[in-house]
Write a protein that binds this ligand. Structure first.
Ligand code: ZN
Length: 243
């Protein structure tokens, strides 16, 4: 069984809680879909843990920003990226970052940070009306030729995007059979969830069943670390709201 996580964003308290939760299950591999850094106060420690513990990690738009400069970021995110760049000075970590890829294909499974069409930058978004849903299904049918399942992060929200509907997990309904279907599996975010649930999100997958997990962590600790680092207070406030 694999554990798939994304968007850790330098939130060490969240990552440690998630790794502890994963440790209680029969997980063979941990996979990271990118954005290990950015926004959060402990990028170096998070990178170290990902390098030690994950089978592989992908290039997220925040890693890309550290390497090449921010694109399409708001001022708070730009400030955080510039701060993050100053923290990552270890040549081994910089070398690791420079070798990351935005997508990985494994059999009938694609792993990306963003979308199948644009693995680095594009958001998989829930449709807000019928026209958007029709477009989502058309895009999915166009892009999912060489694979059936696509694990993704970037949107910081936990849901399945299928050709029938968008499916949102909750505690009583968190396991889904996905074999022989074509769908997006959005795993949510470890370090900065934006689906109104402040708990860290990740998924496990055994080749047939995807299970969603939420893990409470010490948000106060991360908020203190954000303050101590001199990062924008909004980056702490949003963690409490899950936004
Ligand atoms: Zn992200």
């Amino acid at each position: 069984m694999d554990a798939i996580l994304s968007d850790i964003h330098g939130n060490l308290a969240a990552l440690e809680a998630v790794l502890e939760d994963i440790g209680r299950q029969k997980v063979d591999r941990i996979i990271s879909l990118g954005d290990v850094v950015g926004y959060g106060p402990r990028p170096v420690e998070c990178l170290k843990l990902v390098m030690d513990r994950c089978a592989f990690s992908l290039l997220g738009n925040h890693e890309y920003a550290v390497l090449r400069g921010p694109e399409g970021f708001n001022p708070i995110a730009v400030e955080a990226i510039n701060w993050t760049k100053r923290q990552i000075t270890d040549p081994g970590q910089l070398f690791y970052l420079s070798g990351l890829k935005a997508a990985k294909l494994e059999g009938n499974l694609l792993y990306v940070h963003g979308s199948a069409e644009d693995p680095l930058m594009e958001y998989v978004r829930e449709a807000e009306d019928h026209a958007q849903f029709v477009k989502f299904v058309q895009d999915l049918q166009r892009d999912f030729q060489r694979f059936d399942l696509c694990f993704t992060g970037h949107n910081h929200r936990a849901f399945l995007g299928t050709t029938d509907a968008f499916i949102f997990p909750h505690p009583a309904w968190s396991k889904f059979h996905v074999k022989d279907k074509k769908l997006y599996i959005c795993v949510g975010s470890v370090g900065q969830p934006r689906d109104d649930d402040p708990r860290s999100s990740y998924a496990t997958f055994d080749g047939d069943v995807v299970e969603y997990h939420r893990v409470a962590y010490d948000i106060d600790r991360t908020a203190r670390e954000i303050k101590a680092a001199g990062l924008h207070p909004f980056l702490a406030e949003r963690l409490y709201l899950g936004q």
